[in-house]
Write a protein that binds this ligand. Sequence first.
Ligand code: FCB
Length: 444
Amino acid sequence: MKNFDSTFTFGTATSSYQVEGGASQDGRSPSIWDTFADVPGKVYQGDNGAIACDHYNLYKEDVQIIKELGVESYRFSIAWPRIFPEEGVYNEAGMQFYKKLINELKANNIKPVVTLYHWDLPQWAQDQGGWVSRKSLIWFHDYANKVFEELDGLVDSWITQNEPWCAAFLGYHQGVHAPGHRNMEEALKAAHHILVSHGQTVKLLKETYQSSTPIGITLNLAPFYSAGNNYNDEIAKNNADGYTNRWFLDPIFKGSYPVDMINLFSKYVHDFSFIHKEDFETISVECDFFGINYYSRGLIEFNSASDFLFDSAYSDYPKTGMGWDVSPKEFQELIRRLRTEYTDLPIIITENGASYPDQLMEDGTIPDAERTKYIKDHLQAIAALNEEGMHISGYFVWSLFDNFEWAFGYDKRFGIVYVDFETQKRFFKDSAKYYRNVVLAREV
Ligand code: FCB
């Protein structure tokens, strides 16, 4: 029996800054990631995305690789600083790249799924406060508007924002992503404006453009478990869940922020007037699907010295090369919870995958058994969930290529296709061959 019927979409994903390179080609201006990567100590070995996979120049060959994989769909993102290299200055040459890429995909029968924001904020916007400023809503509106004007009708689906938690909390609270700030008040403002920008963009597409192209948001979600069977760890687990999941799920699906977290965050933030009451109506606007990036569960313990009383605990689960727990069962629990507590929308797994230290053999093969098993376990979990009626409608492997893994530079390889960054040669890993077979058979 086939596990995946013909309505299920198989795909693979990348993002602009992680693969494109071409950092100063055709009028692109710097993004916050170019700036951040330039600061010593921020990115592993001082790596940056200036060249990355050189996908900007090699996109035609890369589309052939996607075709060979047999997937129906390719998820990529648009680099905002290619489209608006300066405030209010539209760059047609930057848009041309995406038109060419989309045409190439379509000529090969591959559906483009396009993310508007996968973290490469133009540096000019950051210079005026970035997502912390409410002006970001105007900047993002103008950017999305131009992209819709030029590309809606050519793409299969739109994703407004990728992982607001990472963009806001890793970028403005923990300081490990661009722009590298450590300020909870800034982080909450950034998160809020990113969420409002999502809702505003959905309205723009549906109301102004009267478009029927499906649109949604992608969140990174992790189910949390408490390390010990005690009340302290329960509190810690609740806070980890609030910080990572509920702070984003609640406004999107329930139209409010979780009050327990407002109370907790008020330790650092004394004025919440940046949240306008009418924003919730915008953030919770009806979408067509819900995107989830899933990598791992989290095991949590109480720590009175940490900002919000929680920390990661030691876990004896098998780990990926990132040190993340391989946890497909917990993925199923997460999806069931979303179905009971949050949404009936079709769910698309917009990212799932694993980094492991791969070895390119002399014969050009890469025997990545652990990644293959990781993907298989999660596909089996999805097939079982769909039998329960959980309505997961698509799956995108992260990532098509080894690429610039943010603060980890090129040290962490997430690709199912290996990239030799010296020669820009690509090689199918065993996991890519495995995935192709699943896609062709529609069976795991
Ligand atoms: C996600 C990001 C993606 C990639 C994977 C490993 O958080 O969306 O760009 O870095 O993690």
